[in-house]
Write a protein that binds this ligand. Structure first.
Ligand SMILES: Nc1nc2c(ncn2[C@@H]2O[C@H](COP(=O)(O)OP(=O)(O)OP(=O)(O)O)[C@@H](O)[C@H]2O)c(=O)[nH]1
Length: 809
């Protein structure tokens, strides 16, 4: 809806009045509708009464106090406005950002330039560069060899930005401190993106100027939405043949559905790409010198003036749709000033209503500096993002954390890494200060921990510091904890929500080639599990084999390789196995008696009830997919026929049964069990008997309830040159894939399809053969669906045969 229509419909909101200077920026930056990190709720505006009370007591401790008693009482705006001015000045120049994008978009290449232009590295080294050094942020040997990012890497740098004084207009230099995390693009390492976005305040979403929005861009977009992360978009690779930034801008608007507009236009394109025109100030920016380090400004080239004006109008129109001040200017038929446009971009970006688009070519050393300026101009400082913890001392009531160093410390351990000096724990400090030698509490375990060493990370190098203030990111040594643990000072009792961890979809059996390597093998497995929550290990109860599970073939193969390199352990692995699931389709009653009363202490337990598909499994989502819900156990006993402690054992029996389904031994999904009657024996009943009786009843009822094997379907996106479209579609048809979208560009086409994971083993080599090595594909878990009947029969027969063989032994 355009601004005029909005005004007519009465949907325009009133915004806070703006005045000049710093204060104006502070007031208007954070809108009252800023999203809350926890539960994705929005916080209501404070009541007039509370606002008055607040104004009367404006110290940070009282902000905290008010937030503790009534977390909805204060807007983030009120908190920002009342921060101590010195603290605000420090925070205002801090940016915690991540770089996330589709595979090979140039995240690491762009980060290398950021480090060079900010003086963090002396020279630029390329990903897969001829000098063999590799980019700073790809510090692992494997990353440098493969030219891909496997682990996210953190670094920090200072960027000196020229800002016009809001009052005098004179140019002054401001130093911004940027904590930056470069994340991997491959979906197999998606947990690295999840945990980075969980703790960052803003992100740079990179897009390829030729391909625009790609499959992983959509995944990254989903992750940014999950954690309410504001973003700017950088269209990279403007030097490539076929570069077209407008395709990327359209893709963001139409595919990601975020209002987006370019704030620059390119000067030239492909190998003629020379710089950009800043549409806000209508100035040309050129990055010159041998490595683009000399930024020169000039007038907008005459031949681009009309086009720049047209795109500037489009920028203002797009902003008018998401920002009331610009909408008002639009209604008054007044052209907003450059400062008004900048303020509006900042407000709406932080309010998650808009993303400004900048462009350049990292590899050609073009226009990375203006991207850094945009990070400072449009991404939030740590005090502007609302972060909540749950207060365990107040019935898990949400409590707002305040980015203020004088308050008690609250931090989140978001990533663990083994280093030569022991376990390194990355911590985001949300509130208070973290000091060397300080004792903090682990909110999960209740353990006291002393912080022996604090460092700031610069990829694999580190710099020791004595303390870290609120809103910053650091790493600490010698702290035993799990990924996602909250640390607090004293007995605050706060804990923060952790990140989303996707379920593994693929597994394989693994064992060391030589028995002498078993201790090292166990060490490696323990470490990898601690560091990566998507890498799981269990011992198959029936075969006794160790099974590793993860997000894809690449994910598991990287761990196998790391065992060899870092732990000198050669391993034998089985064929990759799909993580099937088992479920039921109908409701079945059961009445099961476990009775062994032949002399001595006996076993007696009777359970009566029913099993059925869970309520969540029944409805279908709009695309027609069945969403299989979590398993559910319930007791509806009246009259005490089964004692409470035995019911607890029944629940345990149910949960254990769900771990190894009766058909294949894979996990059960979407199954509910209700026990509503039973019987107990005075002497022979026990928890053990009830647990076993439940497990036996489960097995019988499951088999009777039309059980089904579910297989993971993967959203697969393939891009290849147009001449191979027939071959690729043929490959997909052979795999009974369901094609959901096809897009044909000038040179390349992209097909999106749901394919069964089982049918995708070995796909990469077949795609290579079918496209002369020019095709690329990505695969991401989509949902579970019933496996074809023939496959179900084969899998069940195989599982039965294996069981029979094991029983013979
Ligand atoms: N033509 C061109 N190539 C680029 C540009 N930026 C990066 N590349 C190339 O694209 C490839 C991938 O670059 P990376 O920086 O590793 O991309 P990435 O997004 O970090 O990759 P992953 O983390 O593995 O997903 C490398 O060969 C780069 O040299 C650019 O601006 N122009």
């Amino acid at each position: 809806m355009r601004a005029s229509a909005l005004a007519r419909s009465g949907l325009l909101r009133v915004v806070l009045p703006r005045s000049n200077g710093e204060l104006a920026a502070r007031r208007t930056i954070v809108s009252t509708s800023l999203p809350v990190r926890l539960n994705h709720q929005r916080i209501a505006a404070p009541s007039v009464h509370l606002q008055r009370r607040w104004q009367a007591t404006s110290t940070a401790a009282k902000v905290q106090e008010a937030a503790v008693h009534d977390p909805n009482a204060l807007t983030q705006q009120a908190i920002v406005d009342n921060l101590d001015p010195v603290e605000f000045a420090r925070l205002d120049k801090v940016r915690n950002i991540g770089i996330a994008a589709h595979i090979d978009s140039g995240k690491t290449t762009a980060t290398e330039r950021v480090l060079f232009y900010t003086g963090r590295v002396k020279d630029i080294h390329e990903v897969r560069g001829r000098d063999g050094v590799g980019a700073k942020m790809d510090s692992m040997d494997l990353e440098r060899e493969k030219g891909i990012t496997i682990q996210s890497a953190a670094t920090f740098c200072d960027w000196i930005k020229k800002n016009p004084d809001p009052v005098t207009g004179e140019m002054k230099e401001d130093k911004y401190h940027i904590n930056l995390i470069d994340t991997p693009g491959h979906i197999d390492f998606t947990i690295e993106v999840e945990r980075a976005l969980r703790v960052l305040d803003g992100a740079v979403m990179i897009l390829c100027a030729v391909s625009g929005v790609q499959s992983q861009t959509i995944t990254v977009d989903r992750q940014m939405r999950r954690y309410n992360v504001p973003r700017i978009s950088f269209v990279n690779k403007m030097d490539r043949a076929g570069a077209n930034p407008w395709k990327a801008v359209d893709g963001i608007n139409n595919k990601l559905r975020i209002p987006a507009a370019a704030i620059q236009i390119p000067i030239g394109a492909e190998d003629e790409f020379k710089g950009v025109v800043d549409l806000i100030r209508m100035k040309a920016i050129y990055c010159e010198g041998t490595k683009g380090e000399v930024v020169r400004e000039d007038d907008c080239p005459a031949d681009l003036r009309d086009f720049a004006q047209e795109k500037r109008r489009l920028l203002i129109e797009t902003l008018a749709d998401v920002d009331e001040e610009i909408a008002n200017a639009f209604l008054d038929e007044r052209t907003p000033s450059p400062q008004e446009i900048k303020d509006a971009i900042r407000r709406s970006t932080i309010g998650l209503k808009f993303t400004p688009v900048v462009m350049g070519s990292a590899l050609a050393d073009q226009c990375v500096q203006p991207m850094l300026d945009a990070v400072c101009d449009y991404l939030p400082n740590p005090s502007q993002i609302e972060n909540l913890a749950l207060d365990r001392k107040r019935a898990e009531a949400p409590v707002k954390l305040v980015s203020y160093s004088d308050l008690p410390f609250v931090g989140l351990a978001f990533k663990l890494e083994e280093s030569n000096f022991g376990q390194l724990t990355y911590v985001r400090v949300y509130q208070g200060k973290l000091r060397k030698g300080q004792t903090v509490y682990n909110a999960r375990s209740g353990q006291k921990v002393k912080i022996p060493r604090i460092v700031r990370m610069h990829s694999d190098d580190m710099e020791e510091v004595q303390e870290i203030g609120a809103g910053e990111i650091c790493a600490v040594f010698g702290v035993d904890c799990a990924s996602g643990d909250t640390f607090t000072e004293g007995g605050l009792g706060y804990s923060m929500s952790s990140m989303f961890v996707p379920d593994p979809v693929i597994s394989l059996s693994i064992k060391p080639k030589m028995t002498k390597d078993t201790p090292n093998f166990s060490k490696a497995i323990a470490r990898f599990q601690r560091e990566d929550p998507t890498f799981r290990v269990h011992v198959d109860t029936e075969s006794g084999e160790s099974i590793i599970s993860g997000m894809g073939e690449l994910h598991l193969s990287i761990y196998v390789e790391r065992m060899k390199r870092e732990y000198k352990v050669e391993v034998i692995t089985g064929q990759p196995q799909v993580a099937y699931r088992e479920t039921i389709q109908s409701k079945v009653q059961f009445d099961h008696l476990l009775k062994k009363q032949t002399g001595g202490a006996g076993d007696y337990a009777r359970v009566i009830g029913w099993m059925e598909p869970t309520a969540q499994s029944a409805p279908t989502d709009p695309s027609g997919k069945v969403v299989y819900g979590d398993n559910h156990f319930e007791q509806q006993i009246t009259g005490g026929t089964i004692d409470e402690k035995y019911l607890f054992a029944c629940d345990k029996g149910f949960q254990a049964s769900c771990q190894t389904g009766p058909l294949l031994g894979h996990r059960v999904l979407g199954t509910s069990m209700v026990i509503n009657d039973g019987a107990t024996h005075m002497t022979d009943s026990s928890e053990h008997a009830f647990k076993n009786a439940t497990m036996q009843a489960f097995r019988k009822a499951f088999i009777a309830a039309q059980p089904q094997v579910l297989e993971p379907l993967m959203k697969t996106t393939i891009t290849a040159p147009n001449e191979f479209q027939g071959n690729v579609v043929g490959l997909l048809n052979k795999r009974s894939a369901v094609i959901s979208d096809t897009e044909t560009g000038a040179e390349d086409f992209t097909v999106t399809a749901d394919c069964s994971l089982n049918a995708m083993f070995g796909f990469s080599s077949q795609l290579r053969a079918a496209t002369q090595g020019k095709g690329e594909f990505t695969m991401e878990f989509s949902h579970y669906a019933p496996a074809p009947m023939q496959l179900q029969k084969e899998l069940i027969a195989k599982a039965e045969k294996e069981r029979a063989e094991r029983n013979k032994k």
